[in-house]
Design a protein around this ligand. Structure first.
Ligand SMILES: [Mg+2]
Length: 230
């Protein structure tokens, strides 16, 4: 395998058109009686546990009150998204399927996930979008609340799955948020930023990713993913 390419989920591969955020809100209200200031909350690049701790901290709840009930929140959340997301309302972003097909057809590229979603949540979203079969391994928000610690988790799973190491720039992190670039840096991986969602291209450019694309439909997408300049 030449490379391990790790994709973020929301805003990079797909959009739930706000349904996942609504599901988090409903699960929080049901569990804690409040969703905090969820209407103005910036979700981009954050892990699911981080989102819940930050929302509940703003609503005045201590971390020690929230932590023991995270499983309950996530059970409710997963129930809601499993009921809400369908192939008709889960939008695969432009170029995604073509890029994933092109990588799969090469046979020398290890493809995985690096996402703030808890694993079950990521699987529900990707299954609704018809994308789940592309990803053999992943690192998730359920592995660590801190996204910056997820590259080593993904590398370990990749080694277990493919029997190979993917040190340094042989690992590529693809994402739409500044947090994706930061977590690539934290893991000494290559960072490919995609301005396909809410984060403006200039904000991504400010962190100097190794490549910056308008979307995965860009003619330069495959070249950027497979470049050897890391
Ligand atoms: Mg994202």
């Amino acid at each position: 395998m030449h490379r391990l390419i790790l994709f973020d989920v929301d805003g990079t591969l797909l959009s739930t058109n706000g349904r996942a955020g609504e599901a988090i809100g409903a699960a929080l209200r049901e569990t804690f009686g409040t969703a905090g200031r969820i209407e103005s909350f910036a979700f981009a690049g954050k892990t699911d546990p981080q989102i819940i701790y930050e929302l509940m901290a703003a609503a005045g709840l201590e971390r020690s009150e929230v932590a023991p009930r995270l499983p309950e929140v996530f059970d409710r959340y997963c129930g809601y998204i499993a009921g809400a997301l369908t192939p008709a309302n889960t939008r695969v972003l432009p170029g995604v399927r073509e890029v994933l097909d092109a990588l799969a057809s090469r046979g020398d590229i290890a493809v995985g996930l690096l996402t703030g979603n808890i694993r079950r949540g990521a699987e529900i979203k990707l299954a609704a979008a018809g994308l789940l079969p592309y990803f053999a391994v992943g690192a998730f928000g359920s592995d660590d609340e801190d996204r910056n610690r997820l590259v080593p988790v993904a590398r370990t799973r990749a080694r277990e799955h493919w029997g190979e190491e993917f040190p340094g720039a042989r690992t590529v992190v693809v994402g739409d948020a500044q947090a994706d670039i930061r977590c690539a840096r934290a893991g000494a991986a290559r960072a490919v930023a995609v301005a396909s969602s809410k984060t403006p291209k200039c904000d991504l450019a400010a962190l100097a990713p190794d490549a910056l694309l308008d979307s995965l439909a860009s003619p330069a997408a495959l070249t950027a993913l497979l470049a050897n300049d890391g």
